[in-house]
Design a protein around this ligand. Structure first.
Ligand SMILES: *[C@@H]1O[C@H](CO)[C@@H](O)[C@H](O)[C@H]1NC(C)=O
Length: 211
């Protein structure tokens, strides 16, 4: 099915954004201090919990296989990819939401997720879902960096940021919930040119996040 092939290649594109701020991926000796996650519901651990939106998951049966059976806001019965990557990389067991209520300094020092259910690269995608747009997530990341500097000083903050690893999982809502559901973009772009627009947005997002 062509739609499926397209989504698969979109996913490949988004996953390819796996990058270290210092470009030191796979050098063996590199030590990862923190994990940062941008994206949509696939990787949102509860950033939408206090938001007036349908894109929320802090009620049963979500979380039924999570420790304590708690519906944390993860769009899953259990852990989400950020948690799995976090523990595989030896950083911590769970990647908390940046908008969470009980963030501690140790959480800020080891990474957080800025991902928001319903989000996408296209700014229009986040509007119906009242999600935090990709640009909004970058703004939160800037805010996070400033907060960290205030809390632990410039040098330590720079270490955390530069030894961190960054993931982005976004794009599915742009195709499924925007292009194929709302006519506006279909009047402006045919599918290949909309995909090019998304890829250009993904590249720009990655470049800006590395500044
Ligand atoms: C990405 O950035 C380039 C260079 O600033 C710009 O020309 C282009 O329009 C941007 N693409 C999107 C989709 O915003």
């Amino acid at each position: 099915m062509p739609g499926h092939a397209l989504l698969s290649s979109m996913l490949l594109v988004v996953m390819a954004h796996l990058s270290r701020a210092d470009g030191a991926v796979g050098t063996g000796k590199s030590k990862i201090s923190a994990v940062f996650m941008f994206g949509d519901s696939i990787v949102d651990p509860g950033n939408n919990n206090n938001r007036l939106t349908e894109a929320r998951a802090n009620f049963p049966p979500y979380g039924q296989d999570f420790p304590g059976g708690k519906a944390t806001g993860r769009f899953s019965n259990g852990r989400v990819p950020g948690d799995m990557l976090d523990s595989k990389l030896g950083v911590k067991e769970f990647l908390p939401p940046y908008n969470g209520d009980d963030l501690e300094l140790s959480d800020l020092l080891t990474g957080v997720a800025f991902a928001s259910g319903g989000s996408g690269y296209d700014p229009l995608t986040s509007i119906p879902a009242t999600a935090t747009s990709s640009t909004g997530q970058l703004e939160l990341f800037l805010e996070y960096k400033e907060k960290l500097k205030t809390l632990v000083g410039e040098e330590e903050a720079t270490r955390v940021i530069s030894e961190g690893i960054y993931f982005t999982a976004m794009g599915a809502n742009d195709i499924a919930n925007n292009y194929f559901s709302i006519p506006l973009r279909r009047h402006q772009y045919d599918l290949p040119s909309y995909v090019n627009f998304l890829i250009s947005s993904a590249v720009n997002f990655t470049m800006v996040s590395r500044r």
